[in-house]
Design a protein around this ligand. Structure first.
Ligand SMILES: C[S@@+](CC[C@H](N)C(=O)[O-])C[C@H]1O[C@@H](n2cnc3c(N)ncnc32)[C@H](O)[C@@H]1O
Length: 493
């Protein structure tokens, strides 16, 4: 697209970056915009200068005069109208697509990007109207997946269901080769545009699920698929509806995705899943996981069916519409008939190879973001533990992770605590209750004495046979390593 270079120059010249925009409109207006309210920002962008005009055009969806548009986008207005980003009336120019700065920070490096997508629906309480081929901008789901995705350098990465290409832009910072796929031709066009605008190389391909990458393997697949759980009978909004009933789309990706991974490669999926037929959620999702893969699945949140249907009917602008009750009823009836009792939201992380360790946890609590490094650390711990025989573990020295704190709970003045909790301050911020021996063991893990020596010392202190301690606590030590409370390594290593 021959306008991308000049567009980039114009955005740069106007200083249209995340920080500059935030500063120009101020914190209050920035927060208001986060609530889809434009008025406070309109009051702060009256200069007619390039930065104010770009903010008004794209972020506030407010027309500007032709002269102001020409000052902000010199020599580009007609071209951008032809390309469908802008439209022009007699004397004014308005945006038909969104173009906004996006600040990222990867491997300690801050970067400014621009992302073109469809306009944000529903500003200032306007009716939410989205077309079937609507291309989402940077949503909270996009940000969640970006934070979930591991950022280790890789040879190849796949962004499946790329939308406006935001994940592909992230992947390009640490993958030598990035492929992005989608079934929406408008999304593919925007991804190409965004790749060019940001000077990034992305191989953009048209097609459903893994069809466009048949026979290919990747070191990393990151996907935020159209996972909304619906009867798949009504009209389909391609950004959220896969066309497959229920959570079949997620099941399909989890079951077949590993065929497109290199050995040791990761598939990371942001997903919704049905909790159905009285089957525990982890049993159902666990049945999708393959024995040739390790997997860490985290259920972050659950919604009951009614709340779920309301969420997505609001998302598509049907709340309050003439057929709202009928749509609500149809969807809810279908969920009931198919035995769906709730819907889980969470993260599915699958690594090809290894020994089929599947850990499915419910963790609705606050975690350190980005969480990607903690998922990677889990994979490393699983590999290390697998290689460690019990004898080797007994001979090794361990350290309590720097951020692990001990909390004691009990009545004021009581001599002994009722409970001891070990709590991480970083990563997943996991917590586990520990008995006094476990807590003392973790406390003594400073990379000096071996596990066997610590069992010996604790045996003496508590008058317990060291072999018995080993039998009881070696599995606990494995758990502590797997959950990241402990790390293998001598002091100073
Ligand atoms: C929730 S959006 C995710 C967009 C983007 N990856 C992000 O993180 O914001 C899902 C995307 O999947 C695409 N999609 C829908 N059905 C698909 C299919 N069968 N195969 C591949 N992509 C599909 C949609 O067009 C949409 O762009």
């Amino acid at each position: 697209m021959d306008f991308t270079g000049p567009l980039r120059d114009a955005l740069l010249a106007a200083d249209f970056t995340y920080d500059r925009v935030a500063k120009a409109i101020g914190q209050e207006a920035h927060r208001a915009l986060g609530r889809n309210e434009t008025l406070p920002a309109l009051r702060r962008t009256t200069s007619g200068g390039p930065l104010d005009s770009l903010v008004r055009l794209f972020l506030l969806q407010t027309p500007v005069s032709r002269e102001a548009a020409d000052r902000a986008l010199p020599g580009l207005v007609d071209q951008l109208c032809n390309a469908g980003l802008l439209e022009q009336s007699v004397s004014e120019v308005a945006a038909r697509m969104d173009c906004r700065p996006y600040a990222t920070s990867e491997a300690g490096e801050d970067r400014d990007l621009w992302v073109v997508s469809d306009l944000t629906p529903g500003l200032d309480g306007a009716p939410v109207a989205v077309g079937r081929d609507h291309v989402l901008g940077i949503s909270s789901a996009s940000t969640s997946l970006a934070q979930l995705t591991m950022r280790e350098p890789v040879g190849s990465a796949l962004d499946l269901g790329t939308g406006c290409g935001v994940q592909a832009l992230h992947l390009a910072t640490h993958a030598d080769r990035v492929v992005a796929t989608d079934v929406n031709t408008r999304a593919l066009w925007m991804t190409r545009l965004n790749a060019e605008l940001n000077g990034v190389d992305v191989d953009v391909r048209d097609g459903s699920f893994f069809e466009p990458v048949a026979g290919e393997r990747f070191d990393l697949i990151s996907t935020n698929p159209p996972f909304v759980i619906s009867p798949a009978t009504g009209e389909r909004l391609v950004y959220r509806d896969s066309g497959l009933p229920g959570d079949r789309v997620v099941e399909h990706i989890v079951r077949t995705g590993p065929d497109h991974l290199t050995d040791g490669g990761w598939l990371q999926v942001l997903a919704n899943w049905a909790i159905a037929d009285g089957t525990p959620w982890d049993e159902r999702i666990g049945s999708w996981l393959r024995e040739d893969c390790d997997a860490l699945v985290v259920q972050r949140e659950t919604l009951d069916p009614a709340a779920y249907v309301e969420l997505w009917l609001k998302d598509s602008g049907h709340h309050g519409g003439p057929d709202y009750a009928q749509r609500y009823d149809t969807w809810l009836s279908w969920l009931e008939e198919t035995g769906v009792e709730g819907i889980g939201f969470g993260w599915i992380n699958v690594r090809l190879g290894g020994g089929g360790r599947h850990e499915l946890i419910e963790w609705p609590y606050d975690v350190e973001q980005p969480i990607g490094p903690a998922i990677h650390a889990w994979g490393t711990a699983v590999t290390d533990l697998r290689a460690l025989t019990d004898d080797a573990l007994v001979a090794s020295t361990l350290r309590a992770r720097e951020d692990v704190q001990q909390e004691t709970v009990g009545r004021p003045g009581a001599e002994d605590p009722e409970a001891i909790v070990l709590r991480q301050q970083r990563g997943f911020r996991r917590a586990r209750t520990a008995d006094t021996i476990e807590a003392a063991f973790v406390g003594a893990c400073d990379g000096d004495l071996s596990v066997g020596q610590l069992f010996g010392a604790l045996g003496q202190l508590t008058d317990t046979d060291a072999d018995q301690l080993r039998t009881t606590y070696l599995p606990v030590v494995r758990e502590l390593l797997g959950e990241g409370f402990l790390e293998v390594g001598a002091a100073g290593s």
